[in-house]
Design a protein. Sequence first.
Lengths: 579, 351
Amino acid sequence: MLQHDVLIVGSGLAGMRAALEVSSDPTLDVAILSKVHPLRSHSGAAQGGIAASLGNSAEDSWDLHMFDTVKGGDYLVDQDAAEVLTREGPENIFELEHMGCAFSRDDEGRVAQRRFGGHTAPRACYAADRTGHAVLTVLFEQLLRRGVKVYSEWYALDLVVKDNVCQGLVAYDILSGQIEAISAKAVMFGTGGYGRAFRVTTNAFASTGDGVVMAYRAGIPLEDMEFVQFHPTGLQGSGILLSEAARGEGAHIVNSDGFRFMEDYAPGRMELAPRDIVARAEQSEIEAGRGVTALRDSVFMDLRPIGEERIRYALPSVLHLARDFAGIDPLDAPVPIQPTAHYSMGGIPCDINGQVRIKDLDGAPEITGFFAAGEASCVSVHGANRLGTNSLLEAVVMGRRAGRGILDVVHDLEPTSIDEGDMANAVGEVDHFLTADGSQKVGEIRAELRDTMMDKCGVFRDDAELKECLSEVKDYQERFKHISIDDHGSTFNTDLLDAIELGHMLEYSEVITTGAIARQESRGGHARRDFPDRDDENWHRHTLAYRPQEGEDGPRLEYCAVNMEPRFREPFPLQERTY
Amino acid sequence: MAQQEFIIERYNPDTDESYEESFNVDVQPGQTVLDSLNAIKWDQDGTLSFRMSCRHAICGSCAMKVNGQSMLSCQTQVDAAAERGDPIRVGPQGNQNVIKDLVVDVNKFLNQFERAETWLEPYEDQEPPEREYRQKVEEFDHWSHASTCIHCGACYSDCTVAAVDENFLGPAALAKAYRFVMDSRDSKREERLQFLSEEQGGIWDCTRCYMCVQACPKDVLPMDAIMELRTLAIEAGHVNNHGVRHHKGFMSGVRKRGRLDEMMLPVQSVGIGRLLTGNLAAHKEMMDYTPGAIRLLKSRKLLTIAQRHGANADGREQIERIFEEVEAEKHHHDVDAEAFGAEFETAIGGH
Ligand code: SF4
Ligand code: SF4
Ligand code: FES
């Protein structure tokens, strides 16, 4: 059995920021474990910026940022969390800047800031349009400087929790095929989102919700999983993200008539309305037959109003992506775009110190020694819809807070241990896939699942389609029991990992769908055709989905209240959300 | 829908077998090499292993050799890689050990960053400002391109020096070192320049072969960064003889091995000898000197030849002769690289 004081799973912004914080205590032994090398983490794909009310290019304040966040999240945001996020934003940005982050600069030499959807002030700090990459790189550099131990290309298989106390992890060394137990007094998950279950997505192949499902399997309920953000500017077909920075810089979105249709949906903000609203507007235009290209499944984003020089300077990645992946030069022609599954608002329930808690139970008991931050978690700072540039901020702010949360308690936690019995699930799972001899194929089931989720649990939803979706997901789960894989080797067996990941996708897809069927209202990223209005009386609350026990036929849903108690100001009362 | 043949260099660690395997894949317009590898893995042979994650050229996982050149497979269109319907050859990155199929051991490459300590070292003797450090747009613009490195290893995989010298820090680590040398927030500029000059495998060991610039999918321009570091190091007084000695040893190694990817070296080394005498004027001159070989390289001609034939024992004698001729030309600035290329072609098989 391997052993550390603190084990952090996932090496994106949240995980690395937490590890850096924990490593400030030299008496602690901290390690990071990740299925990809830290520099490959999906945080690096974030393009447009990281929000904070620095006020460098216009007057701004944390209150205003907090209000935008709460409203953007359609009031499902926990206000204690949004307060922490926005108040601590600026100091976190300055800290990253002091670490050497390659932020773009304004004429005064300060960190440059630009506009982003749903934010009333220009508060997106950016590094051209590769902000996630710049932050990820600098955090990894500082981790190297600190000499933090990294289990690179280790796959976490199972979280071990006994009597609400986290013991550690069972993990698989991808290089050697060995399964190892790693005990730790504190484990933190920064394992990212779950967008891979959708056909059209911006997410990396790695974003398969592994951490979320491990927590679920360990008996922890998942919060607000039905809230998935569709980003309005994915490249047609592949869904590859074109940064919202393009809209921030002044790109137009038009339908087949060349009309800037946001005029009809959010006249006050036009293209800079929040993502859920723009994505629904696009989908409505497409469904009304005003889509573009031969397939009529997309609309156009026109960057030319921004001007060539500024596009080259501020949006180099957008320029390259459109050229390399769509064969279109945005300097000459508009780019076809469509809504693409982008961000997972739901996840592992935790508080503002990253402590995982079962929020629907009296006193919200904690899972001792288990923490979460970033996209894998649900604090909830994003509520029903996340504003652009708030995700990097969340990962950094909440990663740091989770690190501090761990520092606060870890010295008082008892040493933990994992015995062979605790490893049985993980060992059994790997063994099953390596020896299974069914006729079903991982690739086929996965492709069908992604179609189902996109077409029946996508931008717009309704009862009938969601129920079809759920029954199809259950069919896939059944078929999944009868798969076989080709690779039975022990070295870098990615065929095996694909199978394990599909198991995760099938499990959380059921949770998303079940939560979506139950939630009979439209709020943020969850839009029901049959219930087009927000219903605060019945639904101003978070969903918590428990894994079915013996005899139960699907996830059991419970609910908990939205936090309305910020510490330093009055809460923002519920209002209608218009732009 | 067209069919495209892929010939994949495979390695099975369990049996220690290396072999080539051919697959036919249906390709749609816009399909990338990575899409095609996935199609093979998902529909034909699940044992095929490679790394990938973001699929849009930002995570740096998927660099491999496509038709002999290192590139990101997710960024490479099948149409662009397939010349006249020829099969597309896909192999693992060079200069690193293969673990399985297209997966290489990246530690050798990534360890170089640790060796060069490419992270910001803050000023110890002063508190950071309350807000951000101020940095002029011009200062930022001067080095920010070098911070766009995605650590994909494509440059290292194609680097002619990394091929023969385990100690070479390599283009990416050197470019990142440059980024910190240029960043006013870093306190170790002087120490860095000294280290990069004196360390075995530092800035003086690059042969200016340009392969890294060619391979890089981002705007890092590693070779240019190394050249700028040399100028800075000279200005800071770090001129030493180690570089010269090492350079000579290296060249004789190339002669003996006669490997094709190193055949670009003689062209580049024309000026390097003078440069290594520490002659500042010669150095500056070199900065503007663009050998015709770069044009050749850009046309991918030499590489195509290289990957098709590989150097054999017979070729080595001719390689030796080319070396001699190039050396004889050493003091002429106008070495005709096109002519060299033609001769090179003859040397390796007369095509
Ligand atoms: S220019 Fe220098 S660093 Fe770049 S590939 Fe050639 S030898 Fe390597
Ligand atoms: S310098 Fe370019 S080629 Fe080399 S690792 Fe960085 S991004 Fe890749
Ligand atoms: S898959 Fe990320 S760079 Fe190609």
